[in-house]
Design a protein around this ligand. Sequence first.
Ligand SMILES: [Zn+2]
Length: 155
Amino acid sequence: MRFSMDDGEEITRNQIIADFDGLDADRQGRLAEVAKRLMAEQQVLSSTIPPIQCPPWCADVTGHAGEYLVEDQIHRSQGHRVELTLVPPVVFDGGIYPQQAWAELWQGLAEEARVEVGLGDVVEIKMTLQEARRLAQHMMALCDQALAKSPGDVT
Ligand SMILES: [Zn+2]
């Protein structure tokens, strides 16, 4: 592994150890900082953290085993997706795909569950459960209004 010094020079761990005693105090100090930073990074990246207890709706079946940082242990439900016919499709990797609106449950470290809604990978909005319920109720009411028959309709 090579480490970058603050002046852009790259140095190996063995160089740091072998050359340390022959260096001036300033250089020793800078190398010690680099070595400390590197050891901290190696420690973080070389050990995964223990799995956690997931809520029943979480799609992860391992308790997020294999993560290195607690902030990466985020619970997500299965996503619910709706293809949108009134939004221009997405061109991706040589194909044309309908844009999708989606919703899922999301819960980060020490947070309450949220509903996250989005449009493809362009828009992501987190809402409290109460906000999501209110919006869903308004959308259902709007659909019911639009589909309701006028009093004068015969059929
Ligand atoms: Zn989970």
